[in-house]
Design a binder for this molecule. Structure first.
Ligand code: APR
Ligand code: PHB
Length: 390
């Protein structure tokens, strides 16, 4: 068996890359180690940049997003109980973001893939990549107990942070950069109306909190927690009380508590691998980098990566020259580092670090005070939040 491109991983990166390549007439196989239901059970972030929305529309996965997505023209930063609106639309000359869950993006891309007739193999076990340092790479795996092997021209590693692709690169060929934050986010999904019509990012002495939503009847809330805490350490009533304590009084009064339909703790990490190309193997999305969720950049970075990668691969298969592949890593990394900077900055501004000195706390206060008085500072936040161009 042979395909032009084997894509490892059917998360948003792999599915979107598959759609972009299919549209260009390039033949792809997606190999996913989990089941479709498992992939769809992962609850993740939900803010799409305009560039991501445009890409989804371009591949034909934009219809439900256009119907159900909530366009947000601003969001609030609360600091020590005081609210400040970042007017995205006014500060960026007309840009906004769309609130639409990553799970729904994945669902739409999966349906598109099925409709296109392009193959995806779920529940693939022992996926192993071979010979990507030659022009004839191969991928082997086990399906229903049978060993199988696929020849290809290109392997796209879209298999997330714990995937096999990055792990297969010799250590000496890879440089990694990492910051692990000493706290996590406890997330709660509940079928209650959101406390505000825009997102609220709150920095507070007791720790960070975020008010987000999936629809006008479904809310997504997060609070900063310790890494040793579990969903069981946070019964619903404790969670709602703690959330309200960290918000400004007006938002706190509008929080409608309700039973959690999902509750989980996620660690926060910044991570980048360099480069993103190793012969015929390319890394994209969480396989290549992680951002803390504070800037809502994870899914959007995955989208810009696969946009650049699809351009390189379309030129490669069109022109038949390997030089088209050379540009991907540098182009993608340039945008990745800028999103890493913004996510790190927002995380550092709004979280409570137990080890921070009185000086560092005053720096957080001063940063917020500056945002309050400076439209330039707010415009910088807005420009990054709506997404740098790609
Ligand atoms: N073989 C096949 N598939 C694999 C393997 C493997 N060895 N390892 C992991 N996978 C699959 C996972 O099961 C998952 O479905 O790869 C997929 C990777 O998907 P994601 O982790 O969602 O990563 P990505 O598609 O890059 O999406 C990035 O998702 O994690 C969020 O915040 C992140 O929003 C960002 C987005
Ligand atoms: C979410 O809705 O899950 C969400 C929104 C914004 C973020 C992170 C997560 O920055």
């Amino acid at each position: 068996m042979r395909h032009q491109v084997v894509i490892i991983g059917a998360g948003p990166s792999g599915l979107l890359l598959g759609a972009l390549l299919h549209q260009a007439g390039i033949d792809t196989l997606i190999l996913e180690q989990r089941s479709p239901d498992y992939v769809l059970s992962r609850i993740r972030a939900g803010v799409l940049e305009q560039g991501t929305v445009n890409l989804l529309r371009r591949v034909g996965a934009g219809a439900r997003l256009d119907r159900e997505g909530l366009v947000h023209e601003g969001f609030a930063i609360n600091f020590a109980g005081e609210a400040l609106r970042i007017d995205l639309k006014a500060l960026t000359g007309g840009s906004s973001v769309t609130v639409y869950g990553q799970t729904e993006v994945t669902r739409d891309l999966m349906a598109l893939r099925v409709a296109s007739g392009a193959p995806t193999i779920y529940d693939a076990e022992a996926v192993t990549i071979h010979d990507f340092d030659r022009d004839t790479p191969r991928v082997s795996f086990v399906q229903d107990g049978q060993h199988r092997e696929i020849a290809c021209d290109i392997i796209a590693g879209c298999d997330g942070f714990h995937g096999v692709s990055r792990a297969s690169v010799p250590e000496t060929a890879l440089r990694t950069f990492e910051r692990v934050y000493p706290f996590g986010w406890l997330g709660v999904l509940a079928d209650v109306p959101p406390c505000a019509h825009e997102l609220i990012y709150a920095g507070h002495d007791r720790g960070f909190a975020l008010c987000s939503m999936r629809s006008m009847t479904r809310s997504r809330y997060y609070i900063q927690c310790r890494l040793d805490e579990t969903p069981e350490s946070w019964p619903d009533t404790l969670f709602w009380d703690e959330l309200r304590r960290r918000l400004d009084p007006e938002a706190a009064a509008r929080v409608v508590p309700g039973p959690a339909i999902e509750k989980s703790v996620a660690p926060l990490r910044s991570f980048v691998a360099e480069p993103l190309r190793f012969g015929r193997l390319f890394l994209a999305g969480d396989a290549a980098h992680i951002v803390p969720p504070t800037g809502a950049k994870g899914l959007n970075l995955a989208a810009s990566d696969v946009h650049y990668l699809s351009e390189a691969l379309i030129a490669f298969f069109g022109e038949g020259t390997a030089s088209a592949l050379d540009t991907y890593s540098a182009r993608a990394l340039d945008r990745i580092w800028k999103a890493e900077r913004f996510s790190w900055w927002m995380t550092t501004l709004l979280h409570r670090f137990e080890t921070s000195s009185p000086f560092e706390r005053r720096m957080q206060d001063a940063e917020f005070a500056y945002l309050r008085i400076s439209q330039h500072a707010r415009a910088t936040v807005a420009e990054n939040y709506v997404g740098l161009p790609f």
